[in-house]
Write a protein that binds this ligand. Structure first.
Ligand SMILES: Cc1cc2nc3c(=O)[nH]c(=O)nc-3n(C[C@H](O)[C@H](O)[C@H](O)COP(=O)(O)OP(=O)(O)OC[C@H]3O[C@@H](n4cnc5c(N)ncnc54)[C@H](O)[C@@H]3O)c2cc1C
Length: 490
């Protein structure tokens, strides 16, 4: 569990609700009770979609507030995020959720300039090309690297599972890997691309090779298919909400008919055919026919300890697999400056720093440029990401030392003059799960070890994608799966 400060307690009052309360059971569930452990985006969305289907859902959350990683902070007239900053409107499940929760009017769209992204190279920021022709003149790749890309359609497929580094270097060459793929993977996983599995961590990229034999051919086929598609399309816009991403979490919690039980760390779970799942926190025990665990992998390992099994070694092996999923530490540091203190115009989404630059800083976001009204008119705020798979040294420092390091590392890229007006660090001891080689097999073995338990479901970002959109998609799919299973059982 993350160890960052909490800033808000879960409010379950109906006052100030942004949308309608889903109330009418739709008839599939017969009002069956479901317990969801964890009120991050995976757990809250699972609960919300299940309630939409008529289930009677209770969410138990260890922390003092709902939202998990989604934590919005208001400070000195500014608003920033400790964790995720925004999401892309490219998932139908997210669109359904926003509409169903009555949050459409609360959406804020990113400024047009936020589409510009920078890459750090030799101490300077270079804008990524936004059009194919600009790629030819861009200084991000050397000429040899650009020519190597032209060979990509003729590269053969690999037989075994590869890391992202192996896959990208084989298909696109070392320059593309070093200056483009490596920083993007750091931006998503804060991880080491020479450990992450292409199949598990970048399945869409892997699928392009599988289906089209080439990333370039596959990307082109996708563009053509998108153009030819009829019917309503998601616009792919970058978004947040007026009060930040936490607004989504607090709204969903407010709309649950059973108040989320915060400050409730689940300590153990047992199961029997007669009583279903017995979930214990302190002296309190809850009982339900169905249980969703939407918590980090190490917590799942602990919570499945007392579950009955016909194959004890298999359950122990699954616990070991769960504990082996790495979550490197990351710090996010938000900083405010007078505009005159920063030479760079910060006219974009942010900048990613490739490993080749030998920095502990992974990247920096420009929240006051991405969304309107996030900072005072004469100020910039930016959020720096440090640590992860390559920044172990930085994570051994004190927060003050880390701030000094980050300011020193960013100086040449941004042209920073003097000290920030304020800074605020959020330390994530276990930030983002790493889908390393063998991850898909690991997840399959965990599922297999628990397959004999009816009504037990595992969600959360350690299994089917780390993006917010993945978590929402999986939550919606779970609700539909449970409905289908119940219809079949009748
Ligand atoms: C710094 C950072 C930046 C990120 N940026 C982005 C981004 O820009 N875009 C993006 O798409 N994704 C981003 N992500 C990833 C994304 O935030 C996560 O993948 C997602 O929020 C995970 O949600 P979750 O509900 O699965 O898990 P969590 O948010 O970890 O929620 C799990 C919840 O379970 C609770 N819990 C744990 N154990 C127990 C227990 N025993 N009993 C009761 N409750 C328990 C925890 O307190 C927590 O609230 C970022 C992540 C981090 C850390």
């Amino acid at each position: 569990m993350q160890d960052t400060d909490t800033h808000n307690t879960a409010s379950n009052s109906l006052e100030g609700m942004a949308g309608p309360i889903p109330q009418a059971p739709k008839g599939h569930s017969g009002g069956q009770q479901v317990i969801v452990i964890g009120a991050g985006i995976s757990g809250l969305c699972s609960a919300w979609f299940l309630q939409q289907q008529g289930y009677d859902v209770l969410v138990l959350e260890a922390g003092a507030c709902v939202g998990g990683n989604l934590q919005t902070v208001q400070r000195d007239g500014c608003q920033f995020e400790r964790g995720p900053n925004s999401f892309i409107n490219n998932r139908q499940a997210m669109a359904d959720l926003i509409k169903g929760a009555g949050l459409e009017e609360e959406i804020v769209l990113a400024n047009a300039a936020a589409h510009r992204r920078y890459i750090g190279k030799h101490g300077k920021l270079i804008a990524l090309p936004s059009k194919p022709l600009e790629a030819i003149t861009s200084k991000i790749l050397p000429w040899a690297g650009k020519l190597r890309v032209a060979k990509e359609p003729f590269v053969g497929q690999s037989a075994g599972e590869e890391t992202i580094a192996q896959f990208a270097t084989r298909r696109l060459g070392k320059d593309v890997f070093d200056w483009l793929i490596d920083p993007f993977i750091s931006g998503i996983y804060a991880g080491d691309p020479s450990k992450l599995s292409i199949q598990a961590a970048a399945p869409k990229l892997f699928a392009l090779e599988q289906q089209h034999g080439s990333l370039i051919k596959g990307a082109w086929a996708q563009i053509k298919a998108r153009r030819a598609a009829t019917g309503p399309k998601l616009d792919g816009a970058m978004m947040s909400f007026k009060s930040g991403l936490h607004q989504l979490m607090s709204t969903l919690a407010d709309q649950l008919l059973n108040p989320v039980q915060v400050n409730t760390q689940v300590e153990s779970v047992s199961y029997s055919q007669d009583h279903g799942y017995m979930v214990r926190s302190g002296d309190t025990i809850w009982q339900a026919e169905k249980l969703v665990m939407a918590v980090p992998a190490a917590q799942v390992a602990r919570l499945i300890e007392d579950l009955p099994t016909p194959n004890e070694p298999q359950l122990v092996a699954a616990q070991k697999q769960l504990r082996s999923i790495e979550y490197p530490a990351v710090a996010t540091i938000s900083l405010a400056f007078e505009k005159g203190q920063i030479q760079h115009p910060l006219d974009g989404f942010g900048a990613l720093i490739p490993s080749k630059e030998n920095k502990q800083t992974l990247g920096v976001l420009f929240p006051s440029s991405i969304f309107p009204d996030r900072a005072n008119a004469n100020q910039h705020i930016f959020t720096v990401f440090v640590g992860g798979g390559r920044g172990h040294q930085a994570m051994q420092l004190t927060p003050d030392e880390r701030l000094d390091l980050v300011l020193e590392e960013l100086h040449s890229y941004l042209g920073i003059d003097g000290q920030p007006l304020w800074s605020e660090e959020s330390y994530w001891p276990a930030a983002i799960p790493q889908y390393t080689l063998g991850h898909l097999q690991k997840v399959a073995e965990i599922d297999q070890a628990l397959a004999h338990l009816p009504g037990l479901y595992l969600r959360s970002n350690w299994r089917d994608g780390v993006a917010l959109g993945d978590c929402v998609e999986q939550a919606q799919a779970l609700a539909l799966q449970i409905v289908d299973e119940d219809v079949e059982d009748k």
